[in-house]
Design a protein around this ligand. Sequence first.
Ligand SMILES: [Mn+2]
Length: 391
Amino acid sequence: MLLLHVSDTHLGSSRPLTYSASREQDFYEVFDDVIEIAIRERVDAVLHCGDFFDDPEPSPRTYYHAIRSLRKLSEAGIPLLVVAGQHDRSRRAEVSPLKVLEEAGMVRVMALSKPETRVVRLRSGELGIAAVPYAPPDVVREWVKELRRPEAERRILMAHLLLKELGLPASHTSLPELDAASYSYVALGDYHRRYVTEVGGVPVVYPGSTEALDVTERSDERYAAIVDLSKREVSVSWATLSRFRRIVLIENVSSYTDLVRGVEKLGLPGRGKPPILYVRLGELKDPHGYDLKRMRDWLDGLVRRSAILTYRLTLPEVIEEEGPQEELEREEPPPTLEYVVYEVVRDPEVAELLIRIVRSGDDVEAVRRIVLETVANERLVGKIERLVGQK
Ligand SMILES: [Mn+2]
């Protein structure tokens, strides 16, 4: 018995960008990749551990792409078994988008709003499944105490939750609490990077999201797990996805030269799609921002040559500026406060100062501290004077 395990496909998302049709398309394409792997590997079923959709009320476009891929899977006779993540639970209506797909015969929902235990018949035999959907940690902790083990020789746990073992600031539960060792395989979702461990010989796997949703989730490869339950010893191998888009980061860029060198090292465009480039600036050597303008012009050139899809320049501390959107006719994203302020003053340091003051709101003491700090900073005072002189 072979299973393909994925999670966090977030169909409909265009993160980390806002309103990018090309980026949204990436999520559909990589999901199609998953479906093709499932068919090629002739798996018995695809396990999806939640966050199938990005929005609990997907657009018709998102349904269209999801169903187009899922149809191929159902024509190949391969069921997709899914548990709900937090993104698959509807806020207003009681109908989850996963229920829509189930009604259309495209998926089988293993658990939506409470844990469920069942035995499903697959092509090469029976598979017992205990399934835990997303819920807040206190709820999950209660659930797992009562979770019923499936009565089948091969049994798996499917869940959308964060394990304590990940070492993150927040978690739902731990492997001992889940009694993970009593299953043949533990299929997890919610964590967007690949993470593998084992307990008493039982593989415990987060395959990671199929796309990086932000720069911290970036990696050079993305995966689906192929789980072989035919033998006594369960084995896991990895299918690498080929149609995802990389996010790349260059840090501590202090000058135009730093930027060009950094990008050269990346060897763009390289294999795969043109990546999304993040440039994190350090202390700029040129205080007048001339270098910054040169950097942006040069980065715009990379976008025009399709060496990158787009870029983000992150100014020290506060300001995150988005590169050009590749489809200008699309609705412009609402500009951020950071962006507007930076556009007006054209100086990262002054922009940061203004934003700190605005963000302090009614906190008079905080404003007083900022003003005192500013007065003590001669360079910054000089900049402000020049700025006021210009306007
Ligand atoms: Mn997710």
